[in-house]
Design a protein around this ligand. Structure first.
Ligand code: SAM
Length: 194
């Protein structure tokens, strides 16, 4: 399958994958950074993983996915693109796995559970090498982050609040230089300065 066919496959099955604008930004950012070690939270079916690995042919990818079903499709995707040898796929809850990770990454793509970005942030900062880049998708969360609903019963309110706290922390953190791309659902690109 080509990347566009993979996108179509995901759309037909309502599997969430990044938007075209995020795909382009991710490809260009990875191609500019040329990381050796990439960490991804939220593999889904391997679409973003293939994009990152093709943008940095020397890179290795550690990627985390909670759904066995998606992970099994991702394995086929990685095989089909001949990148399996460069991928470690962790199947489980990123809330358990992220705190156990060690070592250093020079690129991190955060695209897993949207209510957990704030909780993952200290761990990801520890794992990211100085000069490394952290990319976070969906940071404007359906427009709700800049316009948090007042109705407490709103089903997305907790996620929107958590994401708001994360975005405030990230953009005010002096260790990072952050650019917020507002296209789509909002993507941040943050370089760790020290
Ligand atoms: C937006 S999708 C990832 C899309 C993928 N990065 C792409 O663009 O091709 C988010 C993924 O995170 C996974 N996920 C949700 N909660 C998770 C958790 N607690 N731990 C690990 N993965 C989780 C979902 O199953 C889903 O596949």
């Amino acid at each position: 399958m080509t990347l566009d066919e993979l996108k179509q496959y995901a759309a037909e099955r309502h599997i969430p994958i990044m938007s075209d604008s995020t795909r382009q930004l991710l490809y260009e950012t990875v191609a500019a950074v040329r990381p050796q070690r990439i960490l991804e939270i939220g593999t889904a079916i391997g679409y973003s993983g293939v994009v990152m690995l093709s943008a940095s042919p020397q890179a290795r990818l550690n990627t985390i996915e909670i759904s066995e079903e998606y992970a099994s499709i991702a394995r086929s995707t990685f095989e089909q693109y001949n990148v399996s040898a460069r991928v470690n796929l962790f199947v489980g809850d990123a809330r358990d796995i992220v705190p156990q990770l060690t070592g250093q990454y020079d690129f991190i793509f955060s695209d897993g559970p949207k209510g957990q970005y704030e909780a993952f942030f200290p761990y990801l900062t520890e794992l990211l090498a100085v000069g490394g880049v952290l990319v976070c998708d969906n940071v404007l969360y359906k427009g709700l982050v800049e316009n948090v609903p007042s109705d407490k019963r709103h089903k997305h309110i907790t996620v929107a609040r958590n994401m708001r706290a994360f975005l405030d922390d990230l953009t005010s953190d002096k260790r990072y230089s952050t650019v917020l791309h507002r296209e789509g659902d909002g993507v941040t690109v943050s370089t760790k300065l020290y």
